[in-house]
Design a protein around this ligand. Structure first.
Ligand SMILES: *Cc1c(COP(=O)(O)O)cnc(C)c1O
Length: 385
């Protein structure tokens, strides 16, 4: 009997993946070797070791930027980037209304006002036309974030930012390895930030990086991180050591994940109410999460019922972000337009965590069948939950 013919786990059937979603980070012999080498040479205990320097050099060449600095987290990297372009009290920073909340809060911490812009229906990232209308004499930076596989049209945005002489910061924490028009994500912003957090595709548990593509900011960024004989909030030698082998596998893993996403899209194309984001043919999307629009009416379950049923199957699906403006005082942000699609995204995006994307085809098929059987049994699930 195929998975689809059996009862869903939420109704008492056997979970499709009884052991739960795949573990992350992966068990990787090269990482073990890096850790052992660090132990043997004693470099795990030094302030500034060779791996740290090597990693910054590799990041710079891999992403085609002028400089690369590492630091303690992606969230901190965003703050350093904003400070490097001079964001301070009274300024405005433009970003999408559907965003990583710490980015919004970091802007507040600098005393600046976030200006929230609506997103695109196709892939839930910044709507560039609406962004242009939101510019003001106080605009000090544009923060563009690739999210859930959706990529911002960076060449277009860069052109606009350059015309208006506004610094562009690219948050590619969720798109490391991706490409737009053949160029790596992270190479478009005057400054770009990435994260080495525990769930991210390049992971050291914690950590982040700032890439600088505009010579004007190379020294300033370095100076912000500098405290004389010290740098504050550094990455450790041990973190650098485990990141190097991962960076070397990034291109291949990005392609594997993209193939898995295309495969899932084909497998799920007839499932009503679950629609994957759209991808432009010339891009290579990279995935930290895979974004979908979930339509409750079409599917016949609420989003939370659907997610509960999916998780019971051992599939790592969850809600996307909450709209930044909902439940917040209008004094905490400005917006030029209604945030219509942001509100829709807040209510209806679901995201699939990336580790499953390195699985083989039969496993991906099982994911699709598990979601299909939730659909088949939607009335009974609806009545039960
Ligand atoms: C993960 C992430 C960050 C930063 O994360 P840290 O956990 O602080 O390293 C920033 N922006 C986005 C979009 C992210 O997904």
């Amino acid at each position: 009997m195929s998975i689809r013919e059996q009862r869903p786990a939420i109704l008492g059937g056997t979970p499709t993946f009884p052991e739960g979603p795949p573990h992350w980070p992966l068990t990787d012999a090269e990482i073990q070797q890096a850790l052992e080498a660090s132990f043997q040479t004693g470099t795990w205990g030094v302030y500034c070791g060779p791996k740290h320097e090597e990693l910054e050099h590799l990041l710079q060449s891999h992403f085609h930027t002028q400089a690369a600095y590492t630091c303690a987290s992606g969230t901190l990297a965003v703050e350093v980037a904003l400070r490097t372009v001079g964001v301070t009290a009274g300024d405005e920073v433009i970003l999408a209304g559907y965003e990583y909340e710490p980015n919004f809060l970091t802007i507040h911490h600098l005393g600046a006002t976030p200006v929230l812009v609506d997103i695109q229906q196709e892939n839930a990232v910044l709507n560039i036309e609406k962004m242009v209308d939101s510019l003001s004499p106080r605009t000090k930076a544009i923060l563009a974030t690739h999210l859930h596989g959706g990529l911002v049209d960076m060449p277009k945005l860069k052109q606009i930012a350059t015309t208006h002489r506004i610094p562009l910061i690219e948050d590619f924490c969720q798109a490391v390895g991706g490409q737009i028009d053949g160029k790596p994500c992270g190479s478009f912003g005057d400054l770009s930030v990435l994260s080495f957090g525990g769930s991210k595709s390049l992971s050291a548990g914690r950590g982040g990086g700032i890439l600088v593509s505009n010579s004007e900011y190379v020294q300033r960024c370095k100076l912000i991180l500098n405290r004389g004989v010290q740098q504050w909030a550094c990455l450790s030698e041990l973190q650098a050591a485990v990141l190097i082998p991962q960076l070397q596998k990034l291109a291949q893993r990005t392609r594997t994940r993209w193939q898995a996403v295309q495969r899932l899209r084909d497998l799920l194309q007839n499932l009503l109410g679950l629609k994957m984001f759209e991808y432009r043919p010339h891009d290579l999307p990279a995935f930290y999460k895979v974004g979908f629009w979930f339509d409750e009416t079409q599917f016949g379950l609420t989003r939370s019922q659907f997610l509960k049923a999916a998780r019971a199957e051992g599939i790592a699906l969850s809600e996307g972000f909450r709209a930044l403006h909902i439940g917040r005082s209008p004094k905490r942000y400005r917006s030029q337009h209604p945030l219509t699609i942001v509100e829709k995204a807040s209510d209806s995006i679901v995201i699939l965590h990336h580790p499953i994307l390195l699985a083989d085809n039969p496993t991906l098929q099982k994911v699709a069948q598990a979601l299909e059987r939730i659909y088949d049994y939607r009335d009974e699930i609806q009545a039960t939950l």
